[in-house]
Design a protein around this ligand. Structure first.
Ligand code: ATP
Ligand code: MG
Length: 405
């Protein structure tokens, strides 16, 4: 179908009162960013709808990008026609013939912002109903839950027709909820946590700890590739890699085995909080799920969370692994996540970490370290890159990556 525009309905932001302008402004910016590969588009944000005029761009390709922009309730590819009934009939028939199969039920639903038009909404509904009795006798009119609704919008400049309403990604425009740091490992859970944070409008920056030479370039690249999968939801994402080798070696040499994991996690969290403070992050997001492993019992959370008062958001805390995997598959991170590259945590993981670490002991063992010095050196070695969805991260194991995918 040769559509003229995509009509976009706002999500939850419609109810946000005086923040409305800010929400629409941010959504407009995010949509513009997401559609930057289509230069002919004209994007017009209005009070209760946003209109994307296609000007010849491919509607299917545009809608594929649009489906990943948070803050959109639904969207409809629409045909623009002149405000005369002969033109409306012709275009409506072509649209119905192409999109509504024989024997379907349907109704006509008209909205009118131009009240000077010759037909009011009722008359328009009846007029088109009569027209289809003659031209599509196979269709049957059904007011409640029809298979299709022919939507007619009478606006000042033209009349718009659509038969499809496609559900958008929901949520709120990324950036409207401020910024947080996502602790991104190479695993299954943290990318899913990042997806949910973005969905609520939180702009995220990735914080990834790596430990060369114990972890390889491939492990680092895997985290970067996971970031490319989330980038379409955010435009681009900053990736902050933090060298963690010295800290892990020092902890290994100083702390009793049962507390290795707890103290490592405390240092990770301290560093993430420090980065957040430095970079205007208001919270920390991680992929912890209650009881999944030793470091994720409530007792462990108490012993680790102790190092910061910054809010820690745990979007997948109450989800089962199977539920998390389902989302990971939907957002296309699962295949990458299960690739078997060593993680900085598993390498230094003791065979039997304490599932119920004691808070005072955790503090005591940590106090044996030069925490300030270790942190200062790790932060001095931080490297920040900006990642977008089309980026690729090649390395000597690229063949393996491709093969495994
Ligand atoms: P994931 O699947 O996200 O790796 P997991 O079930 O393997 O989670 P852990 O390894 O215990 O769980 O990690 C818990 C959380 O700690 C992760 O979800 C992530 O937010 C954070 N984390 C773990 N390792 C790293 C790392 N190398 N860099 C940054 N954050 C990390
Ligand atoms: Mg992990």
């Amino acid at each position: 179908m040769n559509y003229s525009e995509i009509m976009v309905r706002y999500g939850e932001l419609s109810t946000k009162g005086k923040n409305r302008q800010a929400f629409i402004g941010r959504l407009h910016g995010n949509i513009t960013k997401a559609l930057h590969e289509f230069p002919a588009l004209t994007i017009r944000p209005k009070r209760d709808r946003l209109h994307i005029e296609l000007n010849g761009e491919d509607s299917t390709a545009v809608m594929a990008r649009l489906s990943k922009v948070f803050g959109i309730q639904s969207y409809s590819p629409s045909v623009k026609v002149a405000k005369e009934m002969a033109a409306v009939h012709e275009a409506a028939l072509a649209l119905m013939n192409e999109t509504v199969p024989e024997g379907s039920s349907y109704k006509v639903y008209t909205r009118r912002s131009d009240h000077t038009f010759e037909l009011d909404t009722n008359e328009m509904n009846l007029n088109l109903g009569d027209f289809f009795v003659d031209h599509r006798p196979d269709l049957k009119v059904q007011m409640r839950q029809p298979d299709f609704t022919l939507r007619v919008e009478v606006r000042r400049e033209a009349i718009y027709l659509s038969t499809q309403t496609i559900l958008g990604a929901g949520g709120m425009p990324v950036g409207t909820a401020g910024k947080a740091m996502l602790m991104l490992s190479g695993g299954i859970d943290s990318p899913v946590a990042g997806y949910y944070a973005l969905k609520r409008g939180v702009d995220i920056e990735m914080v990834h700890f790596f430990s060369p030479p114990y972890t390889s370039d491939s492990a680092l690249n895997k985290a970067k590739q996971l970031t490319t999968k989330l980038a379409p939801y955010a435009g681009y994402i900053k990736f902050i890699q933090v060298p963690f080798t010295e800290i892990q070696e020092t902890i290994k040499a100083t702390v009793p085995e049962g507390y290795l994991m707890t103290v490592q996690r405390r240092l990770m969290l301290r560093l993430t909080a420090a980065l957040a403070e430095k970079r205007g992050g208001l919270a920390i997001v991680n992929g912890e799920s209650i009881g999944q492993v030793a470091s994720q019992t409530l007792e462990s959370m108490v012993a680790i969370n102790d190092v910061t008062t910054m809010p820690i958001i745990r979007p997948v805390a109450t989800m089962d692994k199977t539920e998390i995997i389902k989302v990971a598959e939907d957002i296309d991170t699962y295949a990458l996540s299960i690739m078997p590259f060593e993680d900085c945590c598993t390498i230094f993981a003791p065979p039997s970490p304490k599932t119920k670490p004691n808070l005072d002991k955790s503090r005591y063992f940590e106090s044996k370290l030069d925490v300030a010095g270790l942190m200062e050196r790790a932060l001095a070695g931080v490297k920040i890159t900006e990642i977008k969805s089309s980026d690729e991260f090649m390395n000597q194991d690229q063949d393996l990556i491709t093969e495994l995918l």
